[in-house]
Structure formats: structure tokens, C-alpha cells
Design a protein around this ligand. Structure first.
Ligand SMILES: *[C@@H]1O[C@H](CO)[C@@H](O)[C@H](O)[C@H]1NC(C)=O
Length: 130
């Protein structure tokens, strides 16, 4: 099989595009300001409903340097032509007292959602979804 010059350059362009694609996520800061951040390291955007001090969601980008994403990777990889995993939410328990008694005996619980497309952790959209 031989590729024409046109399809070869199209293929090269697609490779370049995917190589430089950086996921765009919403993030918020301590002041409650929401802004977009894009990083080639982001694998998912996340939202913790009611997770910020103001009672609004905590928004961030997630890379595999800050968290082991292999479980999410396996779930999102199930997507096919007729099936898509759009978001994944998990309910977790963290028992930090096992690390140090300064954290106190009560475990912390966290409900977090992850998604993998640009700006998918927009809070207004996610609230409706939840
Ligand atoms: C991430 O988690 C998977 C499944 O528990 C494990 O097999 C893998 O070694 C972990 N990777 C890292 C870098 O910790």
C-alpha cells in the first residue's frame, strides 16, 4: 500500500495535532475564581461537588504525576464506536490516621468525578448531570 503525498501530509498533521494536544480543564483558586488551564500532562479534568470552602465545586486538572490514573484509564478505554464512557465518579475513604495521629481518628470521605474532554468539568453542566 502506498500513501499519496496528500494523505501522507494529512496523516502527519493529525499526528502533530495529537502530539501537541493539551487537555483544557477548569480550575479554581482559594478566592473562588475559576479559570481555564491547559497542560499536556492533564489526563482528566476533575470536579469534587461542594468541595471548596465556599460550598461550590473544586475543579482541577489531573495528571498521572499527581495520582495513579491506571484505574480511570482502564474505565475510559472501554469506549468504542457504539459506547462511550463520558465521566466516572468515585466515592472514597481516606484513613490518614494510619499515616500520622495528627490527622485524628476520623476518616475523610471524598466524592470525585473525572472526565476527559476539553472543559468537561464545567460546574454548571456537571450540577445538572449530578
Ligand atoms: C497504579 O495502580 C495499579 C493498580 O493498582 C498498579 O498495578 C500500578 O503499579 C500503580 N502504578 C504506580 C506508578 O504506582
Amino acid at each position: 500500500m502506498s500513501l499519496s503525498r496528500g494523505s501522507l501530509s494529512l496523516l502527519l498533521s493529525l499526528c502533530l495535532l495529537s502530539a501537541v494536544h493539551a487537555l483544557i480543564c477548569y480550575e479554581n483558586d482559594e478566592q473562588g475564581n475559576t479559570h481555564e488551564r491547559s497542560s499536556p500532562d492533564f489526563k482528566y479534568c476533575s470536579l469534587i461537588p461542594f468541595g471548596s470552602d465556599s460550598g461550590r465545586g473544586r475543579l482541577s486538572g489531573v495528571s498521572d504525576t499527581t495520582e495513579n490514573t491506571s484505574g480511570f484509564d482502564a474505565t475510559f478505554a472501554q469506549s468504542s464506536a457504539h459506547y462511550g464512557v463520558l465521566a466516572m465518579c468515585i466515592f472514597e475513604k481516606y484513613d490518614f490516621s494510619a499515616i500520622s495521629p495528627v490527622f485524628g481518628p476520623a476518616p475523610e470521605y471524598m466524592f470525585r468525578c473525572f472526565c476527559s474532554t476539553d472543559r468537561c468539568n464545567r460546574e454548571s453542566t456537571f450540577s445538572g448531570f449530578l
